[in-house]
Design a protein around this ligand. Structure first.
Ligand code: C5P
Length: 218
């Protein structure tokens, strides 16, 4: 049970969260949801009454936001300024604003530093996000990039959030385009990532495939 860092990147609805948590449980590792960190910062920005487009003000306050991240794969948690925000950060207000907030260079800078600390402290951890293999943990033991058809992703997300499929599809397309075209650290897959299309795969199959890949890296 030594040090092991697994980077799981991919767009929303690719199955990242479910797969990452299951994998972490299976290899007795911690689990870090970096999207939840960007969402928690966004929640705090909105609570301050700051316009999510106001990059200057966001850059000035982000250092004052106190984030507490729980990395138990059975019960991941996030607190912002002492408030448990696990539910709120999945709501429509945060979801609509998170891409703009995550594009602010000062936000990325702080979050990436924080993520590296959490990874170093945990030692054995599955980390999910968009830039983990390329930026946060370029020396990860295994890098995977999960994809799925736009249809499959919209279906999964709308089921997960009990939301309308058409609206979810539009929101996913909007965030994907924004996230991959922004100036500060656009989202991209690491050159050495294993790409896995999950459109036709169940969660168990994806997890089994990742366990196999991990065995091969030993
Ligand atoms: O994965 P999730 O949908 O929770 O991520 C929310 C948003 O956070 C993404 O749309 C993206 O804008 C941002 N994000 C990011 N870098 C990460 C993880 C998430 O920019 N590593």
């Amino acid at each position: 049970n030594g040090r092991c860092v697994v980077a799981v990147d991919g767009p929303s609805g690719s199955g990242k969260s479910t797969v990452s948590r299951r994998l972490a449980g299976a290899i007795d590792a911690r689990y870090l949801d970096t999207g939840a960190m960007y969402r928690a910062v966004t929640w705090a920005v909105l609570r301050f009454g700051i316009d999510p487009q106001d990059a200057d003000r966001i850059g000035k306050v982000v250092g004052e936001i106190d984030l507490e991240i729980g990395v138990d794969p059975q019960a991941p948690s996030v607190r912002a300024d002492g408030v448990a925000v696990d539910q709120e950060i999945r709501g429509p207000e945060v979801t609509a604003a998170v891409s703009a907030v995550a594009a602010v260079p000062a936000v990325r800078h702080l979050m990436v530093a924080r993520q590296r600390e959490i990874i170093a402290a945990a030692g054995r951890i599955v980390v999910e996000g968009r830039d983990i293999g390329a930026v946060v943990a370029p020396d990860a033991d295994l890098k995977v990039y999960l994809t799925a058809s736009a249809d499959a992703r919209a279906r999964r997300r709308s089921a997960e959030y009990a939301a309308d499929v058409t609206a979810t599809a539009a929101d996913l397309a909007r965030r994907d385009t924004f996230d991959s075209s922004r100036a500060a650290s656009p989202l991209r897959q690491a050159d050495d990532a294993v790409v896995l299309d999950t459109t036709e795969l169940g969660i168990d199959e994806v997890v089994a495939r990742l366990l196999e890949l991990l065995r091969d890296t030993d």
